[in-house]
Write a protein that binds this ligand. Sequence first.
Ligand code: GDP
Length: 445
Amino acid sequence: MFDKLSDRLGGVFDRLRGRGALNEQDVLLAMREVRVALLEADVALPVVKEFVDGVTQLAIGQQVLKSVAPGQQVVKIVNDALISILGGETSGLNLAVTPPAVIMMVGLQGSGKTTTTAKIAKRLKEKERKKVMMASLDVNRPAAQEQLEILGKQIDVATLPIVAGQLPVDIAKRAMQAAKLQAFDVLLLDTAGRLHVDTALMAEMKAIAEIGKPQETLLVVDSLTGQDAVNVAKNFSDEVNLTGIVLTRMDGDARGGAALSMRTVTGQPIKFAGVGEKMDALEEFNPERVAGRILGMGDVVGLVERASEIIQKDDADKLAAKMAKGQFDMDDLRSQLNQMTKMGGLGALAGMMPGMKKAKAAMAASGMDDKILLRMDAIISSMTKKERAKPELLNAKRKIRVANGSGTTVQEVNKVMKMHKEMSGAMKKIKKMGGLKGLAAMFGK
Ligand code: GDP
C-alpha cells in the first residue's frame, strides 16, 4: 500500500531529519519535492496545492526552524497535514436506528461492490455480533445475485432468496419485509453497477433509497483508478446522499492519489479500505494509521490488531504459559512461522513495522521472501517429535536427514536452529524480566 509515494516522501524526510539545522531554503526545497511526489501519486492538483501551502507556512515558522530537531518537527507537521486530508478521524458506520438498519451499497461495475458488501456483512456479524442479511438488487449483470448468494454461504450470512424476473425496487421491498419479519439487525442492499454514471442508474438508486431509507449509503470505488475514482465519487455524491466511501484494491495501490484526494474533493469520509480478495481483507480506514504508513512510520496498531485477529487466543495463552516457564520448542517456532504466513507474510509485516521499509527492500534484494517461511516449515516438519521438543538432539547426521527430508540443505537447517535458539533465548530473557506483564510495563502500558 502506498509503496511508491512512501519511498519518495521517505527520501525527502530522511534528508531533512539528517540535518541538525534547517533554514527556510531547505524547507522550501523539501516542499518542492513533496509537491512532485504528491503529483506523481496522482493526487488532485487543488489538494496538492492546499497541502503544500499549509505545510510550508507552518514549517518555515521560527519556532520550528530554531527548535532542537527541526527535521523531526517538519515531519510531524507533514504527518498532521496528511491525517487531516485523509479525513482526520476514523468515521465508522452509524447503525443506531430501530432495526433493520439499511446499508445501501452503490458503485460502478467491477469496483468490488459485491465483494465489499459481503466483507462488511462478515465484519458486522463477527465483530459486532449483528444479525445480518444481504440482498442483491443487481438484475443487469448475469449471475450477480447468485454471486452474492455464494458469498453469503461462504461467510455464513443470510441472503434474500432469489426470485427470477423481479425488478430492483420490488426486490428492495421484499428485502425490507423479510428483514423486519425475521428480525435482522442490518440489511445490506447490493445495488446494480453500471459501466459509467448515467441517469438511469441514478434514478434507480433514488427509487431504492426511497424504499430502503438507508442509514448508510456507501460508494465503492477502485483506488487503482486514481483521479477517476475521485471523479466518480464526486458525480455520485452530487446525485445521491452518500454517507461514505469504500476504497477497494488498496492492497495494490502504490500511489495513493484517490485516498489522498477523496475527502477534500468530495467531502465524503473514507470509511473502509479493501485490501485483498479474501473476505476478511477489509480494514476500517484510520487516517492516523494510513498517514503513518505513508511516512514509513509503520502501523503498529494495525499490526497488533491483525495479529490478535489471527492468533487464536488459546494458542496465545499456551505460548504465554510456556514463555512463563522459559520454554520454547520447535513446534512453537513453527506455529509462529505459520502465524506470520497468515498475517500476509514477511513483506506485509515489514511494511507495517516502523522503520522496516528499508529492511523490506533489503530482504527483497537478498532474495529473502515468503518461500523461506515455507521452507522453514518443511524443515521443522521433517524433524521427529522428539527432535522438535528437544532441538539439541539434532547432531550432524540427523541434520542431513532433515535436510534431505525437507528438500533443503544442512545450512538452512542450521539457520532454523539458530533462529530457534535466538527466540528461545529471548523468551528466557522475557521470563527474567517478569514475563509479558513486565515487558508491557516497560512500554508503559
Ligand atoms: P462488482 O462488479 O463491483 O460487484 O465487483 P466484484 O465484487 O465482483 O469484484 C470484482 C473483482 O475485484 C473480484 O475479483 C474481487 O475479488 C476483486 N476485489 C474486490 N475488492 C478487492 C480488494 O480490495 N483488493 C483486491 N486485490 N481485489 C479486490
